[in-house]
Design a protein around this ligand. Sequence first.
Ligand SMILES: Cc1ncc(COP(=O)(O)O)c(C=O)c1O
Length: 389
Amino acid sequence: MVLLYHFWQYRAYFSVRYCLNFLNRNRQIFVYSNKRGQKKKPMIDLRSDTLTMPDLPMLETILQAKLGDDGRTDAKGRGEDATINHLEDMAAALVGKEAAILMPTGTFGNSTAIMTYCKAGDTVLVDEEQHILLTEKFVFDPGFGRLTPVCYHQDSRHMPDPAEIDRLLTETGAKLICLENSHNFSGGYCIDLATMAEIRKVADKHGAAIHLDGARLFHAAAGLGVTAAEICQYVDSVMFCVSKGLGAPVGSLLCGSWDFCGKARGTRKLLGGVMRQGGVVAAPAIYALEHNVERLQEDIDNARLAHSMLQGKLKKVGLQEEVQTNILMLNLTNAGILAGEFCARAKEKGLFIRPVRNEYRARLVFYKGITRQDAVDAANIILALDSEL
Ligand SMILES: Cc1ncc(COP(=O)(O)O)c(C=O)c1O
């Protein structure tokens, strides 16, 4: 029996190794070649931090994970998977909330939160460039969530204006405000603590709840130089992703009070989001929270380095004023070229980026595995392209 157990462990170990080799082999797809077919440098892939790959120590945690059925719950609503429970406790503590729930994705976490607060026909305040509104869409879809979005705007510092939120809450009677920090489509800008506190005051005045899409919450914390809990003290619930810059392969956490999370567990079940022996997902997520939070600063430094190389040197391509986190947005409105064509030319030079939101914006995202030299090379490619326009 013991021998069989060891055989199984080693089998699983080599499967992990096999998977890792497979992932690395597939990366070679992104090695581009010059006209004579000789291999050149690997493609610098800055399309998104969702490309972050799990490393071997992270994958090995799966083998040791204590598993159980997360769908079989006790009186407190907690499941039987010890690894998920450990992750949820850890996540709640990190953001300063009572409880947390593991979600398959960020979209699932945001949708679960919003459908826990609202019923069909309710109005929700979102900003006009918010991921929930533009990409996820589920809660506002007339065939699914059937909620009505009312948009607030970002000010010149890319932050919500509490006075506008106050006015919209008065006009619409909405009882939920959605924020995003850091903000993806604006170029990774953060909402500072003073503004978060003001929005909290406005929400309390109207008896409204605040849900934070913190897909990149820990980037925002690093960018603002505060803790995640300091940001989250002003919101009722927060979703953060471990599958982005934190480097885990799958997963997001929805955090809030015991009461809210209890209700949200019910919504998650309705939506089909219970993941049974989800400890295989939770174990790498725990590893990510233990090992990869502090290193996010490296990504921010790399984004800032690329920005500093471009600032004041671009003739036609527009650049966001400041880099606050790991995203750098290019503005092609006055470049005489659409983002699709610009990105295609960048790819020919070895930089893989994509248009974002419309044909006038392209996004560079820095993450684990992208080096300082990659940041320098990426900036040089943008400079070369700009000089050719
Ligand atoms: C700001 C923001 N929120 C939510 C999500 C959704 O996360 P997921 O892709 O895990 O559904 C993303 C994904 O990129 C995002 O950028």
